[in-house]
Design a protein around this ligand. Structure first.
Ligand SMILES: O=C[C@H](O)COP(=O)(O)O
Length: 249
């Protein structure tokens, strides 16, 4: 519930400018529902390659679900992506693995690209259960992602790192990302090769390169730092530098 209305439009335009410096990085902005249509208009007017996503949706396409937003409604607003299973949805609103899998299936059916989130709490990490928890959460929706390899992405967001300023060490993020990649490979090599796995949790301009430089970290899901276009631009620049270096070998 940040940057609604006009804030979202000026922020979107700031991101559009920052993204123009990058030729290789895919950028998606996910404003609140109420700002989707206005942000879509700004992106269209500016002829930007920046894409638009929402932060949640209901699994049913229509019906008596007062106050909910469906995949077709998001598409009408101009969104082509949707974040699903964010830890705040799991923790505050009690969303289960099963419900999140239904939402992911519904998004794919509606041609919306899901950003499927997983991640352990501090308690689970301290109990040594990180890999077990993330594996359970990932397995719950993997068959849905496998129906369209490369269409959806997975975001690993340790709950203790979200909005806290406590970023995961790059090697710790890599360990979890490698496990998720392995789960994808257990379904198919195509799924493993084509699924982008993002890291989220206190990503900022000054720590992005270390995280994005890990073998299985393909991108970032950015919260707080995305509320400032200049700061977000530094993350895009880091990704661009790494992509450039990879291309040059
Ligand atoms: O939705 C964004 C992620 O939860 C990360 O948030 P953060 O970058 O503020 O830690």
């Amino acid at each position: 519930m940040n940057a609604g209305g006009q804030d979202a439009c000026s922020l979107a335009l700031g991101v559009v400018e920052a993204a123009r410096r990058s030729a290789r990085v895919d950028v998606v902005i996910c404003p609140p529902f109420t700002a989707l249509a206005a942000a879509a208009h700004e992106l269209w007017e500016s002829k930007s390659a920046v894409m638009l996503g929402a932060q949640n949706m209901h699994p049913e396409p229509a019906g008596a679900f007062t106050g909910e937003i469906s995949a077709p409604m998001l598409k009408d607003s101009g969104a082509t992506w949707v974040i699903l299973g964010h830890s705040e949805r799991r923790q505050i609103f009690g969303e289960t693995d099963e419900l999140i899998a239904r939402k992911i299936a519904a998004a794919i059916r509606a041609e919306l690209q899901p950003i499927a989130c997983v991640g352990e709490t501090l308690e689970e990490r301290e109990a040594g259960k990180t890999l077990e928890v993330v594996e359970r959460q990932t397995r719950a929706f993997l068959d849905e992602l496998a129906k369209r390899p490369g269409f959806g992405v997975i975001a690993y967001e340790p709950v203790w790192a979200i909005g806290t300023g406590k970023v995961a060490r790059p090697e710790d993020a890599q360990e979890v990302h490698a496990m998720i990649r392995g789960l994808c490979a257990s379904v198919s090599e195509e799924l493993a090769a084509s699924t982008r796995i993002l890291y989220g949790g206190s990503v900022k301009g000054d720590n992005a390169e270390g995280l994005l430089g890990q073998a299985d970290v393909d991108g970032a899901l950015v919260g707080g730092a995305s509320l400032d276009a200049a700061g977000f631009g530094k993350i895009i620049d880091s990704a661009e530098r790494l992509a450039d270096a990879a291309e040059r070998g």
